[in-house]
Design a protein around this ligand. Structure first.
Ligand SMILES: Cc1cc2nc3c(=O)[nH]c(=O)nc-3n(C[C@H](O)[C@H](O)[C@H](O)COP(=O)(O)O)c2cc1C
Length: 490
């Protein structure tokens, strides 16, 4: 059972999915460049044991492959992303599990306050040449609480190191963290805030999902793990914090102290910040009042940057699963698979397959997707395909777009959707609103005279399969893997 980051790292190592780098590596560019190159090769998770100026090792590339995402979720490593999404969605359909307060809090092994606070002790990487600084927070999640309802929200926001006792936090407009922050601003109150690294890696996986308002990602993480997240209530801020985290920066988010932040080479493959003029933003500051960490903490980081790497893979999984869950919650029948490809930055496009049951069904699916809690944000296109098309197989998606799609009938453009200001395809001056497209690549359900597909004869394929070796082919017999696509199921 994986209960925390250490368990996950050990599980990676036991399964031959971890590479330790013993030689000293520079936190400035070198570390991220080693990780990114390894990720481009779909390499193992990496543990940098000696990083310049720090005693603390850095873990990267956790989820570059679907095998490691499966390992984290306790699923079969052979499952592709859509099957992992299906499992995720099914676990959420069963029972959500609230966190449980415990006295066993390894993260309290070291409690540093006052002059002992030093965020720069942590080996935060400088990722790309044009970045504005070192980033403490990439594989991070933050915890805050709604002052009206007591709702605990978890969200991942990038955090730039700002000296010994502060990090800046970039929360984009409309994020739950930002909505909660606005309440504290309106009340002229300090906002309790914690930046967390480690704990159950599922907490990081859910930190970036578009959950609904008033939904605590703790409950979702509990549902995914099948047991409550162990937590404690901080006597400093009253926040509910994960007991098995590696590192927690705890304090208050100061919205009067706006500091220059960014740019950062983002997951879109472009540098970004929330202001355009000089490439830097002005973001609020987490004033750290204490640092909690385990003995021998591990610092976790993700390389962000151009697709496809770690971040795009896990965003693909958590966004596909959340979108699928939302569509099921809307009680739309016939959804067979939902896939947000890693190549779309794990974010901007979805391919959804549906078993059509009535006229307009495929159009309903496309429109519903962009109306969900997850899909309404920055999803710029939905391709809907029939259920005989494997959404993860571009060959099949292209075929559907070529043979079941007619531009005038099959395209719907919807204006005024919510965009991310990090989207480089939008003009810098207006990046909060965009249009989206639904591309319906299904044969219309209502057609009486449907085109007749070419299928092979199943009996003959069985014969070919049984004689495969006799034909002189070496290697595995491919027929069983292909038969359901090439011939009609009996
Ligand atoms: C590595 C990583 C970094 C992210 N950085 C930011 C960020 O700096 N600002 C932001 O608003 N969202 C960022 N996101 C996306 C948010 O985590 C995501 O929208 C999440 O739903 C926010 O949570 P909330 O809606 O509960 O506030 C990031 C996601 C990942 C995976």
């Amino acid at each position: 059972m994986i209960r925390d980051l250490r368990d996950f790292i050990s599980a990676c190592e036991r399964n031959g999915m971890l590479h330790r780098i013993g030689t000293e590596v520079d936190w400035r560019l070198e570390l991220s460049h080693v990780a990114k190159v390894s990720e481009e090769m779909r390499g193992p998770a990496l543990l940098f044991e000696h990083v310049r100026d720090s005693e603390i090792p850095v873990f990267t590339s956790a989820f570059t492959t679907s095998e490691r995402m499966a390992l984290c979720l306790g699923e079969d490593p052979a499952l592709p992303i859509t099957e992992l999404s299906r499992k995720w969605m099914q676990r959420l359909q069963r029972r959500w599990i609230a966190p449980e307060v415990t006295d066993d809090c390894p993260v309290m092994e070291n409690v540093l306050a006052g002059p002992d606070i030093d965020v720069t002790r942590f080996p935060a990487p400088w990722f790309y040449p044009g970045d504005g600084g070192r980033y403490f927070g990439t594989a991070v999640y933050s915890i805050c609480r709604d002052p009206d309802t007591g709702w605990t929200n978890i969200g991942t926001y990038r955090m730039q190191t700002q000296g010994k006792d502060a990090v800046s936090v970039m929360m984009l407009r409309g994020k739950h963290g930002q909505l909660i922050r606005q309440k504290y601003i309106d009340r002229k109150q300090k906002m309790p805030f914690a930046a967390v690294i480690g704990g159950d890696p599922i907490l990081f996986l859910v930190g970036s999902i578009q959950a609904g308002v008033n939904v605590s990602e703790y409950d979702i993480a509990g549902a995914l793990r099948g047991e409550p997240v162990p937590v404690f209530v901080s006597e400093l801020t009253g926040l509910t914090l994960p007991a098995r985290a590696e590192i927690i920066l705890e304090g208050y988010l100061d919205s009067d102290d706006l500091r220059s932040e960014g740019p950062l080479g983002e997951y879109t493959g472009y540098y970004s910040s929330t202001r355009s003029s000089d490439g830097k933003g002005l973001e609020p500051t987490l004033k750290v009042e204490r640092i909690l960490h385990r003995n021998d903490p591990v610092f976790w980081s993700t390389t962000v940057g151009k697709p496809v790497n770690d971040i795009h893979m896990f965003q693909s999984l958590n966004r596909s699963a959340t979108l699928w869950h939302d569509l099921e919650a809307m009680k739309i029948p016939g959804i067979r698979a939902v896939y947000v490809p890693p190549e779309s930055c794990g974010w901007f496009w979805a391919v959804i397959s549906v078993k059509q049951m009535y006229p307009g069904h495929s159009s309903q699916v496309g429109n519903a997707a962009i109306g969900t809690s997850s899909g309404h944000y920055a999803l710029k296109g939905v391709i809907v395909v029939d259920d005989d098309v494997d959404v993860e197989d571009w060959t099949q998606v292209w075929w559907a777009l070529s043979t079941r799609f007619d531009a005038r009938r099959s395209i719907q453009i919807i204006d005024r959707g919510r965009a991310t200001p990090l989207d480089p395809s939008l003009p810098r001056s207006s990046r909060y609103i965009m249009s989206r497209v639904i591309m319906d690549a299904c044969t219309p359900f209502e057609w009486e005279d449907k085109p007749i597909q070419v299928f092979m004869d199943r009996g003959t394929l069985d014969l070919v399969s049984s004689r495969w070796k006799e034909y002189g082919f070496s290697g595995a017999n491919p027929v069983s893997a292909l038969i359901d696509r090439l011939s009609e199921k009996p």
